[in-house]
Design a protein around this ligand. Structure first.
Ligand code: SAH
Ligand code: SF4
Length: 392
């Protein structure tokens, strides 16, 4: 049985042709699945009976098994989906006036291993398939439509952010058809500016995304210099800041917006000093760089959301405000992300799901010596490793 959620419309066309059907039949089928949430081929009334029979015999539309669902006081919904073999991933719906944002996972765990991220702490199990990525949207959209009593054609989800568990650009092959399904007018019909890929900085894949499917891009920076970023986002050792910002500039040649979103997680005493705000401002404006080219961007400061065993603290609100003021006075639009759904651990960086740590990140971390963050000398502070035996 072939799960049709794995195909974007063009691949579904190819599959239909292999079944001896005209490729345009795929569009009808695709609309049934992604615009109406239909999984029962027998109910797809405008498809010819022989085609329906063929579908019943050889294909299926299978979503994900819901392991749990929680609703936060602010209306945020978090689903835990069981993806088999001891892995489970999380998806979060964030309702706001006039829009609904779905935060989707791309991997079970994450191999990037950022210091401040609950997903990173769990290690990495495996990439999600296209079907598993799309199924998060498919499930949430049609479940919410029912619950909110929306009329046919009304959408529950108006925006998608690839900001759940995992590094989407380390699962590019599965991501791309999923993005195409989200954008397809016969699918979810989301505009490119309403779909955001957030990355810790996989430079070559930023270039590929630009060429293949330029949606809105968010870059998780978190530090104004390589010494600190090497510690916070280990991928920086491979793709340092200058290369990352250069790829972000190249991305803007095709991006649906004329700016990149820079995400910066505010960690008390680690990356939140006024001097670091100045350094970030200079970096983003391109002061002193050879080509003196800044990056058109907006900065989104994310107050750190704590999780067990992180050994880190959230910057106090006043410090976040002071940091934002430096950037704003320097001419960079800066917002502070509102924390949503933290009573059900659905806020940024708290998604942990259930992951078989096949990379043994937790074990390696337990053996590692606590890392010293190279903050300005006056503010040096140790970032503790995870205590042995304590998996978040
Ligand atoms: N892997 C991608 C997307 C998922 S993380 C990336 O790193 O960009 C989505 C955002 O949440 C990133 O900006 C990430 O840095 C941030 N984040 C991770 N852990 C966090 C935490 N504990 N508190 C606040 N933000 C966090
Ligand atoms: Fe992975 Fe993103 Fe978490 Fe870093 S912040 S560990 S890249 S999910």
């Amino acid at each position: 049985m072939v799960n049709l959620l794995q195909f974007d419309r063009s691949a579904l066309g190819d599959w239909c042709e292999q079944q001896g059907e005209k490729a345009f039949r795929a569009t009808q089928l695709f609309r049934w699945i992604h615009q109406r949430g239909e999984r029962d081929f027998a109910a797809m009334s405008d498809l010819a009976r022989p085609f329906r029979d063929k579908l019943i015999a050889s294909a299926e539309v299978v979503g994900l098994a819901v392991a749990s669902e929680q609703v936060a006081q602010d209306g945020t919904v978090k689903w835990l989906f069981d993806v088999g073999a001891g892995d489970a991933v999380e998806t979060v719906f964030i309702p706001e006036t006039g829009r609904g944002t779905l935060c989707i996972s791309s991997q079970a765990g994450c191999a990037v291993n950022c210091r401040f991220c609950a997903t990173g702490h769990q290690g990495f199990s495996r990439n999600l398939t296209t079907a598993e990525i799309v199924a998060q949207l498919w499930h949430a959209e049609f479940e919410l439509r029912k619950r909110l009593g929306l009329a046919a054609g009304e959408r529950a989800i108006t925006n998608v952010v690839m900001m759940g568990m995992g590094e989407p650009l380390q699962n590019y092959g599965a991501l791309l058809p999923a993005l195409r399904t989200m954008l397809d007018d016969h699918g979810y019909g989301l505009s490119r500016r309403r779909v955001t890929v957030s990355t810790s900085g996989v430079v070559p894949m930023i270039d590929r995304l630009r060429d293949d499917c330029p949606v809105a891009l968010a870059v998780s920076l978190h530090a104004p210099d390589d010494a600190l970023r090497d510690e916070l986002v280990p991928l920086n050792r491979k793709y340092p800041i200058a290369e990352l910002l250069a790829s972000a500039r190249r991305y803007l040649e095709r991006a649906p917006r004329d700016f990149i979103t820079i995400e910066y997680c505010m960690l008390d005493g680690v990356n939140d000093s006024p001097a670091q705000a100045e350094a970030l401002l200079a970096l983003l404006r391109g002061d002193g760089s050879a080509e003196r080219s800044g990056l058109p961007c907006k900065v989104n400061l994310i107050p750190f959301n704590p999780f067990a065993a992180s050994g880190l603290k959230r910057s106090p609100a006043a410090r976040v405000a002071a940091f934002a003021a430096v950037l704003q006075e320097g001419g960079i639009v800066t917002t502070v992300r509102k924390t949503r759904g933290d009573d059900i651990a659905a806020a940024c960086g708290q998604l942990a799901g259930e992951v078989q740590d096949r990379t043994r990140v937790a074990e390696r971390r337990a053996r590692a010596v606590p890392v010293r963050i190279a903050a300005p000398a006056s503010r040096r502070r140790a970032v503790e490793g995870v205590a042995p035996g304590r998996r978040p």
